[in-house]
Design a protein around this ligand. Structure first.
Ligand SMILES: NC(=O)c1ccc[n+]([C@@H]2O[C@H](COP(=O)([O-])OP(=O)(O)OC[C@H]3O[C@@H](n4cnc5c(N)ncnc54)[C@H](OP(=O)(O)O)[C@@H]3O)[C@@H](O)[C@H]2O)c1
Length: 382
């Protein structure tokens, strides 16, 4: 990571733990160093732990690219980080955020293939929600000319996670079925679009009812998130397996996104709740491995961030990004952006996710000014 971050490194085994979330400058900007704006998480907890501050700008080290950030992705995971609701959370204060898009501003040594001025999107091991970011070359991807910066910031995390779950983990093929929870969310919409690139895939989606009109076309069957959709899915599958309809291969139900919704369920309010964590753990069905074998079933776990920052699979992810960019250029997929927010509006943006209000992805637009809060009609004394 950036020079300043390296000086603060801790003795841990994995990169994600070594550099994750490290505040590259401490909380404030010393002396005459160049400054930037950044969102800082001052401690784990509620929205009041977030603020925008000025910090010293990082400079790229060997193999790193310095990006002038235009837009950053806000993911569900960022809410969990804020709450400290993740495994081995890094120390605070930290700058949150795992993905951004922008323009290459400077290059460290050994960064062949990139030039100053390139339009790029990138994964960052924390520190993305800032005006400037430095990240290793292997996590940076050039973007097509017609891809906007908000689209690019909405692209990498959602589409790479969805693609790898569908095609690398679940081996999605013609005639299969997919159940996706929160089908109207960032990952949910990426899953729905990628499923439509494979023939005869049935997509069962769940979402809050008010989203149904907007996303109905993107899935085959849509259920309210509170409905007994397990029974509904079973009913629909029985019907499609009936002899009169049995022209296509019987759909097999796979639920590659189980882990996605599993982690969302642990967030029930603004702050971490041990009760909901325990409840989620308790409610997860206990699986007998012998049954998996007898019933020809597979359960898999997937963490894109661990794959990138802990397990050194940046090369594999890069090939996936190239395939996805090709699908984008063929106009087969397109990130759905819900709304743009200034860095100073990060609390309101996060609140929108807590309220389940988003359809698609929330973006922090670094150049956007905060929308002034309009006060209610002033009441003058008579
Ligand atoms: N494993 C990985 O590598 C990986 C990578 C990226 C994302 N993910 C996971 O994929 C899931 C979706 O991520 P995303 O960033 O695209 O988020 P998202 O789906 O846009 O998240 C917001 C939506 O989630 C639903 N939701 C479910 N439980 C919720 C809760 N407790 N509080 C608020 N909303 C809740 C709501 O939709 P409805 O009300 O319509 O259901 C809400 O609008 C998350 O669980 C995330 O952690 C995993």
């Amino acid at each position: 990571m950036a020079k300043e971050a390296a000086e603060m490194s801790e003795e841990t085994v994995h990169m994600i733990e070594r550099s994750a979330g490290k505040d590259p400058e401490g909380a404030l900007c010393p002396g005459d160093a160049k400054e930037m704006r950044a969102v800082v998480l001052t401690g784990f907890g509620g929205l009041n732990k977030l603020r925008v501050t000025r910090k010293a700008m990082p400079e790229p080290q060997e193999g790193e690219i310095k990006i002038r950030v235009k837009a950053c992705g806000l993911n569900f995971l960022d809410l969990m980080v804020r709450q400290g609701n993740i495994d081995n959370p890094p120390k605070t204060p930290l700058v949150p955020g795992f993905e951004c898009s922008g323009i290459v501003e400077a290059l460290g040594s050994n960064t062949k293939g990139f030039e100053i001025g390139d339009r790029v999107m990138a994964f960052v091991n924390y520190n993305a929600w800032a005006e400037v970011v430095c990240t290793p070359l292997e996590f940076v991807y050039k973007i097509p000319d017609d891809m906007t910066f908000p689209e690019a910031a909405a692209f990498s995390m959602n589409f790479v996670a969805a693609y790898m779950m569908l095609f690398e983990v679940a081996n999605l093929r013609d005639g299969m079925s997919v159940l996706v929870h929160s089908a109207g969310g960032g990952v949910g919409q990426a899953v729905a679009q990628l499923c439509s690139t494979v023939p005869n895939v049935t997509v069962f989606g769940t979402a809050s009812s008010f989203k149904h009109e907007a996303i109905r076309e993107s899935v085959t069957h849509l259920f309210d998130r509170n409905a007994d959709y397990v029974q509904e899915v079973k009913k629909l599958r029985r019907r499609s397996a009936a002899p009169a309809l049995d022209r296509t291969p019987r759909p097999r139900l796979i639920d590659p996104l189980f882990a996605f919704s599993g982690s969302s369920n642990m967030v029930t309010g603004e702050t971490k709740s041990f009760f909901s964590f325990a409840k989620s753990w308790w409610q997860v069905e206990k699986v007998n491995p012998i049954k998996l074998y007898e019933e020809n079933k597979v359960i898999a776990g997937f963490s894109l961030l661990n794959l990138l920052f802990k397990q050194g699979r940046g090369g594999l992810v890069k090939t996936v990004v190239q395939k996805l960019l090709s699908l984008y250029e063929q106009k087969k997929i397109k990130p759905l952006v819900d709304s743009l927010w200034a860095l100073e509006e990060v609390k309101e943006a996060m609140q929108r996710i807590h309220d389940r209000g988003n359809i698609g992805k929330l973006i922090l637009d670094v150049e956007k000014s905060p929308t002034p809060l309009v006060s209610k009609q002033p009441q003058f004394p008579q």
